[in-house]
Design a protein around this ligand. Structure first.
Ligand code: GN1
Ligand code: CA
Length: 254
């Protein structure tokens, strides 16, 4: 049902011309088919249609404005998010770089910690075993006598090796510990005659031979002992099968 407002003219007794408004409710179908509008009705309808158009235009403009505003806001939001995303990407790359750097640092520190831990444990162990400490190394002087190879094996079994002498200070320290005895040191030319090598494969850094040594006496002297009981307390090459005491060395950094 729709509402139709109609103006009806009445002639009354007093001769006055009165207009009354009558509200008629009827179906739209009925209006279109059976009751053609009067001119006034049509004019009124036109007036209403114009107002509707204005309202409609106003509504359209409002909707367009809102849509444009929303688009602008959306664009702004996308731009802000894009900038933030790029910043986060850069930040993430930096964090990844930092992370790998810190991971390396941590691994390195972990290795250093393990080394120091092992050193402390070694120091504790060799101190309890009453090995003598000098300049980052512990020294053990045997109480029994063996040939050069067996002596070396004994040192290895103790977590060490035959002593390697790198300085006159170290030599003096060892001589003081030997108490006028002689002992094997970790020097030999078993592989090639005359090519003296320490047990770690290194060559001589200092040569503390007695003045007439090494002489490879009887062409059978490939192993070296340190002599403190006679002459000038220095090195002499002798047969490797001789049995004497020996000196082991454990460097805390190895
Ligand atoms: C000789 O003299 P003695 O025993 O201290 C030799 C050494 C040999 C050693 C072998 C001057 O020393 O070179 O290694 O025998 N000394 C000389 O036992 O020939
Ligand atoms: Ca000799």
């Amino acid at each position: 049902m729709s509402q139709l407002v109609a103006y009806v003219n009445y002639a009354v007794d007093s001769g006055e011309h009165i207009e009354r408004v009558v509200e008629i409710y009827e179906s739209a179908d009925c209006i279109s088919g059976q009751n053609p509008r009067t001119e006034k009705e049509n004019a009124n309808m036109k007036t209403q249609t114009g107002a509707d158009k204005k309202v409609s235009r106003c509504y359209t403009i409002t909707v367009v404005c809102v849509v444009v505003l929303l688009c602008v806001l959306l664009l702004a939001a996308i731009t802000v998010l894009w900038i933030k995303f790029n910043n986060l990407t850069v930040e993430r790359k930096q964090l990844q770089t930092n992370n790998s750097y810190l991971t390396n640092q941590r691994n390195q520190l972990q290795k250093e910690k393990d080394t120091l831990q092992r050193m402390l444990e070694d120091m504790d162990t060799y101190t309890r075993l009453e090995w003598k400490y000098f300049n980052s190394s512990f020294y053990y002087i045997s109480t029994v006598m063996k040939n050069w190879t067996e002596s070396r094996n004994d040192c290895i079994n103790r977590g060490a090796d035959l002593v390697i002498i790198n300085s006159t200070e170290e030599e003096e320290f060892i001589i003081n510990q030997l108490n006028n005895n002689e002992a094997w040191i970790g020097l030999s030319d078993t592989e090639t005659e005359g090519m003296w090598k320490w047990v770690d494969g290194s060559k001589l850094t200092i040569a503390l031979w007695h003045e007439t040594e090494p002489n490879n006496h009887n062409n059978n002297e490939d192993c070296v002992k340190i002599e403190t009981d006679k002459r000038d307390k220095k090195w002499n090459d002798v047969p490797c099968f001789n049995t004497i005491k020996w000196i082991c060395e454990k460097n805390v950094f190895q």
